[in-house]
Design a protein around this ligand. Structure first.
Ligand code: AHR
Length: 491
């Protein structure tokens, strides 16, 4: 089979915002405890931050990290996690049937974020709490000093304000599983008033209203419309979450997951723009795609079928090479919508459906999905260019007929470098012809590829799935192996 794509620097979508390469640290399972934080671990610093996980986080190229949840945040009292560790209360975490020791909290997270070189993205609790607690947290974090809460932060060792700019107004408030779940009107009103007050505390913050927990929610689109009717003027982003489940073994469908993400983005944009039109607003919102990944979801029920426990192992999925191809395609999709997706966070960073896995007291390693993320974050620099591949299509049970090839290109105008990301979702090899006439003189110098398969990386075999280096294409003709993710770099 053959496919064709034209790459032209005139077809600009927008800058490849670094915030598209975000991740997520939730107090869930062993993401915090035994993941980023493990006092006594051989690589831990005096605070307890694991050095091996920090190093892998930097290598992953993560830009923004959302914290502290997730479902966890909807029952969280942020003040439990600050101040002398010995005084911090042990609490029931209803979201994950866990005991939260509060040994790690905002102050530790901020030290970790600085060490990792990432921008913090905080979520406030709008499940069991409201306007006042959100403003209190923002005052603690961002107010310079001279008030009770800002002076408390200084007393806890952080003289300078944290200056956190990105804030989520709750988490998945459309989900009946959420502690403090609300109707769209209830949430919309609360989010609007919280946003208004938070911008009084610190007008520089950017705020994210909760959109749908996934595109299949019965309230999808109606939820966004109602929430934005209440909040449009006060917020900067509407969130989207999605997870793709490979459990049923339908390989053709899971490989086509990005088709769903693409439609999801288009529909949320249309819904937000409809509210803008109705309210006569010129300002356009962006999407914060602040949870996305592959997730073998049916394992969660078994993980929760136990007694209350501290940092129990939860959804520690072991990802295959096929999952890595899917993750690569989801990143292509996010980049292709760089004009309307302003933030994206893969969920989560360590152990919990994560690119980084650890053994408590032991090693840390890169899962298969680590590689497409790290390579995309490293090489998608500059301007995202629109590509419209033509070529074969094939049938899938979940999404009907889908294009077999998906591509995006990112052009660095300063260095002249061009990165082409391409996925072959089908089960036969495809020769992709790149038309680069608008970028004369470029020479391909690298072709990296990950082919789908059942191989996984484990503590014992941490490097079974890694990108393969192929011969760079000549004459712009690239062989896309059946079911593979590819990065072709030109300079
Ligand atoms: O990332 C795991 C969970 O998935 C999050 O806590 C929640 O927001 C989503 O349902």
């Amino acid at each position: 089979d053959t496919a064709k794509v034209t790459i032209d620097p005139a077809f600009r979508i927008g800058p490849a915002d670094r915030r598209l390469f975000g991740s997520f640290v939730e107090h869930m399972g062993r993401c915090v405890y035994g993941g980023v934080f493990e006092p006594g671990h051989p690589t831990a610093d005096p605070l307890g931050l694991r050095g091996d996980v920090l190093e892998l986080t930097r290598e992953l190229g993560v830009s923004v990290v959302r914290y502290p949840g997730g479902n966890f945040v909807s029952g969280y009292r942020w003040e439990d996690g600050v101040g002398p560790t010995g005084d911090r209360p042990r609490r029931l975490d209803l979201a994950w049937k866990s005991i939260e020791t509060n040994a790690f909290g905002l102050d530790e997270f901020m030290v970790w974020a600085r060490a990792a070189g990432v921008e913090p993205m905080m979520a406030v609790n709008l499940g069991t709490r409201g306007v006042q607690e959100a403003c209190d947290l923002l005052e603690y974090a961002n107010h310079p000093g001279g008030t009770h809460l800002s002076d408390l932060r200084r007393k806890h060792g952080a003289e300078d304000p944290y200056d956190i700019r990105l804030w989520c107004l709750g988490n998945e408030m459309d989900g009946p599983w959420q502690v403090g779940h609300k109707t769209a009107d209830e949430y919309g009103r609360l989010a609007a008033e919280t946003a208004r007050a938070m911008k009084m505390v610190d007008p520089r913050v950017s705020l994210v209203a909760c959109g749908s927990s996934n595109r299949g929610m019965p309230t999808f689109a109606a939820w966004e419309a109602t929430v934005l009717e209440h909040t449009y003027e006060h917020v900067d982003y509407i969130s989207a979450h999605t997870y793709y489940d490979p459990t049923d073994g339908d390989r053709a469908s899971i490989l086509a997951s990005a088709v769903d993400m693409d439609a999801f983005i288009t529909e949320v944009v249309a819904t937000a723009d409809q509210v803008a039109a109705k309210q006569r607003r010129a300002r356009r919102l962006k999407i914060s795609f602040d949870e996305w990944n592959v997730w073998y979801q049916q394992r969660l029920a078994a993980d929760l079928d136990r007694d209350w426990a501290e940092a129990p192992a939860l959804i520690e999925d072991t990802f295959t090479a096929t999952d890595a191809v899917v993750v690569g395609d989801l990143l292509i999709t996010l980049l292709r919508h760089a004009d309307r997706v302003g933030v994206a966070c893969q969920a989560q960073l360590a152990n919990v459906i994560a690119p980084i896995r650890t053994v408590t007291g032991g090693s840390a390693w890169r899962q298969s999905i680590f590689h497409p993320f790290a390579l995309t974050a490293r090489h998608a620099r500059g301007t995202v260019l629109r590509t419209e591949p033509t070529g074969p299509s094939h049938d899938t049970a979940r999404y009907g007929r889908v294009p077999s090839v998906d591509t995006v290109a990112v052009h660095d105008e300063e260095t002249g470098a061009l990165a082409v990301f391409a996925v072959n979702r089908g089960d036969t090899d495809i020769q992709l012809q790149l038309d680069l006439r608008a970028l004369p003189g470029l020479v391909a110098h690298e072709h990296l590829s990950i082919a789908a398969g059942d191989a996984t990386n484990t503590a014992e075999t941490p490097d079974r799935v890694t990108p393969r280096l192929l011969a760079p294409p000549t004459d712009g003709l690239v062989r896309l192996e059946a079911a593979s993710w590819n990065l072709i770099r030109f300079a």
